[in-house]
Design a protein around this ligand. Structure first.
Ligand code: PMV
Length: 360
């Protein structure tokens, strides 16, 4: 009987190079209107999630970043409800039926465009799979994670990942796969410029639906993104930074244009984000050989992800340091996907069935 064994999963966010924005299902399947491509980041940015099942736990209890979330509350956020659904679904496949204690922590700001829900959902399903002794395949875990937060299905794999949109109504063909391992282009780096570490005002769940419903520009978006997926795949295959940079910037701009075209408009970028955009274009345009050295991409938040290679890191950092709104810079290379952590990394105090007290 393993009922009081704590299992800890660690997963990292992914940053989409071609973005997912807009769903074709809003009942919790999170099937997208277009395929997307991302890089899974390394453990510089990570979510650690510990889970334990025990008959001593009175009801399912979840702590996220030190705050107790009532997942049974009728007013819980959409993603919290989806999380509860996946917990129940995975438990229904298992012989372990006890209540769960789940403790999850990010080492980076949540809700600010660094895909905390992606790493959170991936770490959770990864840990649940082991704790419930399910042996679910990575493809199926990707489908599970997708149902908590769409983009999470890409964090189940390391390296460069493609999420095939799928066409089935039940979503069973909408999952991610690794298209290049992390070793393929080791020099690739995401330089994250934090300009605001607060939570975004409009959640992506609300945003996806509002844009699809009200934006005229959005009608062009899925086909544009599909072309981008092919282009980025080729750029990565050939390690063509110039093509990669141009394609990802156009895709990010295209997605944010549909957000602005939403009614009422959604604007995730702030003045500092815009300054980064202008400065990076100036820098790219000043290259003597005419080749771009880096590209920006923004998720549903104002923080810039600048994709470049190690050779240009210092140039990019120097550029960012001259922008007063940049509060912090985080660098992450490509990571190798989720893992089960060792005992030292646990967030659950097994004796007291509670979150581990910091500095104790
Ligand atoms: O997975 P969600 O529902 O949080 O949507 C995320 C959408 C973007 O981050 C803006 C783009 C993407 O593909 O990750």
């Amino acid at each position: 009987m393993v009922e009081t064994q704590v299992v800890t999963g660690i997963a990292t966010p992914n940053i989409a190079l071609i973005k997912y924005w807009g769903k074709r299902d809003y009942t919790g399947l999170n099937t997208p209107n277009n395929s997307s491509i991302s890089i899974t980041l390394d453990e510089t940015v990570k979510t650690t999630t510990s889970v334990v099942f025990s008959n001593k736990i009175k009801k399912d209890t979840v702590f996220i970043n030190g705050i107790k979330e009532d997942i049974t509350n009728k007013k819980a956020s959409e993603k919290t409800v989806y999380m509860k659904n996946i917990l129940n679904k995975m438990r229904s496949y298992s012989n372990i039926k006890e209540n769960a204690l789940i403790v999850s922590e990010n080492n980076f700001p949540s809700g600010a465009g660094i895909a905390s829900s992606a790493s959170g959902a991936a770490a959770l399903v990864f840990a649940l799979n082991k704790a419930l002794e399910l042996k679910i395949t990575a493809k199926e875990l990707s489908i599970m994670a997708r149902q908590i937060s769409g983009s999470a299905c890409r964090s189940i794999f390391g390296g460069i990942v493609k999420w095939n949109k799928g066409i089935r109504e039940d979503g069973l063909d909408s999952y991610s796969e690794q298209i290049f391992p992390e070793s393929h282009w080791k020099e690739l780096v995401d330089i994250i410029a934090i300009v605001d570490s607060g939570k975004k005002k409009i959640s992506s769940s609300i945003g996806h639906e509002a844009t699809v419903k009200t934006s005229t520009l959005y009608k062009e978006r899925p086909a544009f993104a599909e072309k981008g997926v092919i282009c980025v795949e080729n750029a990565i295959k050939n390690k063509d930074l110039d093509l990669l940079a141009k394609t990802i910037m156009k895709d990010s701009n295209n997605m944010h244009a549909t957000m602005l075209d939403t009614w009422p408009p959604i604007m995730y970028l702030n003045d500092s984000s815009k300054e980064i955009i202008y400065k990076l274009h100036e820098l790219n345009d000043s290259q003597s050989n005419g080749k771009y050295i880096a590209g920006y991409t923004f998720d549903a938040g104002p923080n810039a992800h600048i994709i470049t290679i190690d050779k240009h890191r210092e140039t990019i950092r120097k550029m960012l340091k001259e922008i007063s709104g940049v509060k912090n810079i985080i660098e992450s290379h490509i990571g190798n996907g989720p893992r089960i952590a060792n005992e030292k990394e646990t967030l659950i105090d097994i004796k007291n069935l509670s979150p581990v007290k910091k500095n104790s």
